[in-house]
Design a protein around this ligand. Structure first.
Ligand code: F6P
Length: 423
């Protein structure tokens, strides 16, 4: 089997560990392995630019070697991925960079050594992008043609629910795309037959931990560590000045990061989308609580606001407004800190190396066992066991959470996110 792996949507710590695990497990199970740069956009672009460049303007560009490259290649590949597009070809750093040039190449064959040490790298080395072209049938047809040209018949996608849905659509549509490519003379009958089906598996890479039917998404543990460290740092300065701090944290429409940061950082009050404050005035509720904490001698106040926090009328609760309430009603010297992308970047914590490794290995097994009739699977973790879940079931459950919140049925929203949840 020829397996390609791509990362899509917002990056998250642990995505590189996914690529490493899929490549290593794939090779150990006798597969050929490829990475796709820039998410789905890379599938659409393929290697056609490199091919035309090689045949016309720049005959010195060689395509990467098909076999697993020699020692030291991993360093060079990371360097090229970071600094891009084979510019290094010209600066005389050595032949090897030249032969591994990535210029115009988006689907790159990789070996064991290429991914050595990747588990400790932040972000996604192979890049991620939001591809408009892949949303069109013509774009997906081009993607299919590029994959078939390289002989790829299996795809691992690491991303959020939108990216995984895209993968499932692609797989469902694949036979028609192949038929059309053959009808247009873009692939031979033999290739059309050989590539009649596409196998896909999804891994959830997102700091938000917002996917139903899995306990943890790749990148969420690292983001939580970052927030926790930030709270520890803020605590000392807040205490020194007896100040209040309002921290806005990421998570889109999910309050997992905010809630767990509140628990692990010892916050005084937390706002999350799934449990809006129930009292008529959340302002009074919050101020009463903080007032009590101050009365027992706390010199600092930490309030965490999830970026998707809402009140009981579904209106957004914004950090700046919370700050004004604390300052005006309690007279607290208050500051807002928005942690932003510091939560997303940087080295993965240990668990964001272990989880993607276990899930990447399982993804390869799922691909090897896939049949044209089995559903596309998402690899999850439930009660500390790595699981396979029909991808579209998990996506449907995830979407149901948002609908339940919009319908103000917050208990239902919680139960869609966690079936064990008791109302
Ligand atoms: O989904 C991950 C996430 O970091 C969310 O928490 C946040 O709302 C969003 O992506 C930010 O996206 P961008 O990096 O495009 O600003």
């Amino acid at each position: 089997m020829k397996i390609a792996v791509l990362t899509s949507g917002g990056d998250s710590a642990g995505m590189n560990a996914v690529v490493r695990a899929v490549v290593k497990a794939g090779i150990l199970r006798g597969c050929e392995t490829w990475v796709v740069r820039e998410g789905y956009e890379g599938l659409v672009r393929g290697n056609t630019e490199a091919l035309s460049e090689q045949s016309t303007d720049n005959p010195s560009v060689n395509l990467p070697e098909a076999a697993s490259p020699a020692d030291g290649a991993s360093v060079n590949l990371i360097h090229n991925l970071r600094f891009g597009d084979g510019e290094l070809l010209k600066d005389g750093t050595g032949d090897y960079l030249g032969t591994r040039s990535l210029k115009g190449r988006y689907i790159v064959r990789v070996g064991f050594d290429d991914v050595r040490g990747w588990f400790a790298e932040g972000g996604t080395l192979i890049g991620t992008a939001r591809s408009k072209t892949f949303r069109t049938v013509e774009g997906r047809m081009q993607a299919a043609e590029n994959m078939i040209r390289e002989g790829i018949d299996a795809l691992v996608v690491c991303g959020g629910d939108g990216s995984l849905t895209g993968a499932d659509v692609f797989r469902a549509e694949w036979p028609k795309l192949v038929e059309a490519l053959h009808a247009e003379g873009r692939i031979t009958a033999e290739k059309a037959q050989m590539h009649a089906h596409l196998k896909i598996v999804g891994l959830v890479g997102s700091i938000d931990n917002d996917m139903s039917m899995t306990d943890l998404t790749i990148g969420a543990p690292t983001a939580l560590v970052r927030i926790c460290e930030a709270i520890d740092n803020i605590n000392s300065t807040a205490s020194s000045h007896s100040r209040a701090f309002v921290l806005e944290v990421m998570g889109r429409h999910c309050g997992w990061l905010a809630l767990l940061a509140g628990v692990s950082g010892g916050a005084d009050f937390v706002f999350i989308p799934e449990r809006p404050p129930t009292s008529e005035s959340w302002e009074n509720e919050m101020c009463d609580c903080i007032q009590k904490h101050r009365e027992v001698g706390k010199r600092k106040t930490i309030v965490i606001v999830a970026e998707g926090a809402i009140d009981r009328d579904l209106k957004p609760i914004k950090a700046d407004y919370v700050k004004d309430v604390l300052a005006e009603r309690l007279g607290l010297d208050t500051r807002v800190t928005t942690l932003g992308h510091t939560q997303r970047g940087g080295r993965p914590c240990a668990y964001d190396r272990v989880l993607p490794t276990l899930q990447g290995i399982e993804a390869v097994e799922a691909l090897l066992e896939a049949t044209p009739h089995s559903p596309s699977y998402m690899i999850g973790i439930q009660e500390n066991k790595i699981t396979r879940i029909p991808l579209m079931e998990a996506v449907a459950m995830t979407r149901a959470v948002s609908s339940a919140i919009e319908a103000k049925d917050f208990d239902k929203a919680m139960s869609y996110r966690d079936p064990e949840f008791k109302e």
